[in-house]
Design a protein around this ligand. Structure first.
Ligand code: 9Z3
Length: 408
């Protein structure tokens, strides 16, 4: 049997998996949202954000996940909105959201920004023990600013939030949204920042019930069979991995056998997405030596417009734009003095991916001497720090404008 075409792989996938329960509801929300902005001739970006899960059981107790918190997507969405784009924010449920990200999860718990006002009884309030809840003085300006932007987006119907959880839900939602976006033509932009699983368990190998860590006793199984529930724990369904003969042990190994997730970018580029729209994907690596190579390979394979490469350890401070046209490879970096501290980041690695390319190409190039953080205190760094998305989004918008101009 020959290789399947991307279109065949698509119908194989989408005909074999049930669509997410919320799909119809999401589609009608998206249809209304898109119509509204087509009418206004406004540009619209689909931002995908956060990680996808891979369930191990149909009735899912366990699943595989990844690190993504959705910072890139949520932050980028804000800068798109600031620039006048309408945004469909297709995100992993409970990951970071535009605007509320400033005050959510444990790193920015909203409660830490609040206080009880001391209330004099003459103010006519509810008495000294019932002062109004207020935002602490030191956060007033920042929070007012965020609040205004949030309310502006809401009031003008500029932001549509759509959640997913599994990789399959993500794929269905992406396909539907891209197809619904067709009336936007070149005004549509795809910004695929979600960290999508590369591997999953196909439906025909997925067990219904929770994977067992020990054998079900024969007596229980017989009882089940007598009650006509033999289906409930068919031994073939008990996915316990392999029994090791040596050394003898009571516990079981679980071996998970994953298939590659079908590549959807092909179909997005020359099937689902509107003609003339711009498509931007991200490439994530951990090894600086292969980042640019992998980004370039993705660009060649799918022939879309831009791959933004980033390393896990430096993603808040540097990214590389890889394009089909010169300059082909362009690094965007937050200047050293403007880098906010990051717990997970490794600042010493800024410049490594670029430098390793130059070495491979035989050229010396600039020393990627970006290592030492400034000796400023942490609060000053985070006050003066800028978000790399504030550099990425304006660059992207320039490219999108050029594409639109070339089409009209
Ligand atoms: C990215 O590379 C994003 O920038 C991050 C953002 C996931 C690193 P955070 O949520 O992280 O801000 O913590 N996204 C794309 C990763 C990805 O799965 N790309 C696919 C691939 O590399 C192509 S679509 O194969």
């Amino acid at each position: 049997m020959g290789e399947m075409s991307p279109a065949q792989a698509e119908s194989m996938y989408f005909n074999n998996y049930p669509p997410p329960k919320a799909l119809q509801k999401h589609e009608s929300l998206a249809r209304a949202f898109i119509d509204y902005h087509v009418e206004a001739n406004r540009r619209l970006v689909l931002v995908t954000s956060g990680g996808t899960t891979v369930p191990l059981e149909n009735q899912t107790v366990r699943f595989i996940d990844n690190f993504s918190a959705g910072t890139r997507g949520a932050t980028s969405a804000e800068y798109f909105l600031q620039a006048g784009y309408a945004v469909i924010f297709l995100h992993r449920q409970f990951s970071l959201l535009p605007y509320s990200r400033h005050y959510s999860h444990s790193t920015n718990c909203f409660l830490d920004f609040m206080d009880e006002a001391t209330c004099s009884s003459s103010a006519g309030g509810e008495g000294p023990n019932h002062g109004p809840i207020v935002v602490r003085d030191e956060y007033q300006d920042e929070m007012r600013d965020v609040l205004r932007q949030y309310r502006y987006a809401k009031k003008n119907n500029l932001l549509l939030l759509l959640p997913f959880t599994t990789v399959s839900e993500y794929l269905f939602e992406l396909r539907s949204l891209a197809q619904l976006m067709r009336p936007l033509g070149p005004n549509a932009l795809f910004y695929l920042a979600a960290a999508v699983s590369d591997f999953f368990i196909p439906r025909d190998r997925m067990v219904e019930h929770k994977i067992q860590s020990s054998e079900i006793p024969d007596s229980v199984r017989q009882q089940q069979q007598q009650q006509g529930q033999e289906d409930a724990i068919d031994p073939a369904d008990v996915y316990t991995g392999e029994n090791e003969a040596q050394p003898p042990t009571n516990s079981k190994k679980l071996i998970i056998d994953l298939d590659p997730v079908p590549k959807f970018l092909h179909r997005l580029v020359d099937g689902w997405a509107p003609d003339g729209s711009m498509i931007v994907s991200f490439k994530l690596e951990t090894d600086p030596g292969i980042l640019v190579y992998k980004a370039r390979t993705a660009l060649q394979r799918y022939s879309h417009h831009l791959v933004i490469g980033n390393l896990l350890s430096t993603r808040k401070w540097e990214v590389v734009f890889v394009t089909p046209d010169p300059p082909h490879e362009r690094w965007i970096r937050v200047p050293k003095s403007k880098r906010s501290k990051s717990i997970s980041g490794v600042e010493d690695q800024v410049g490594l991916a670029e430098h390793s390319r130059q070495l491979a190409a035989g050229g010396g190039g600039d020393q990627a001497n970006e290592s030492r953080p400034l000796a400023a205190d942490e609060s000053e760094l985070s006050r003066n720090g800028i978000e790399i998305e504030s550099l990425i989004i304006p660059e992207l918008i320039k490219m999108h404008s050029q594409m639109i101009k070339a089409r009209t």
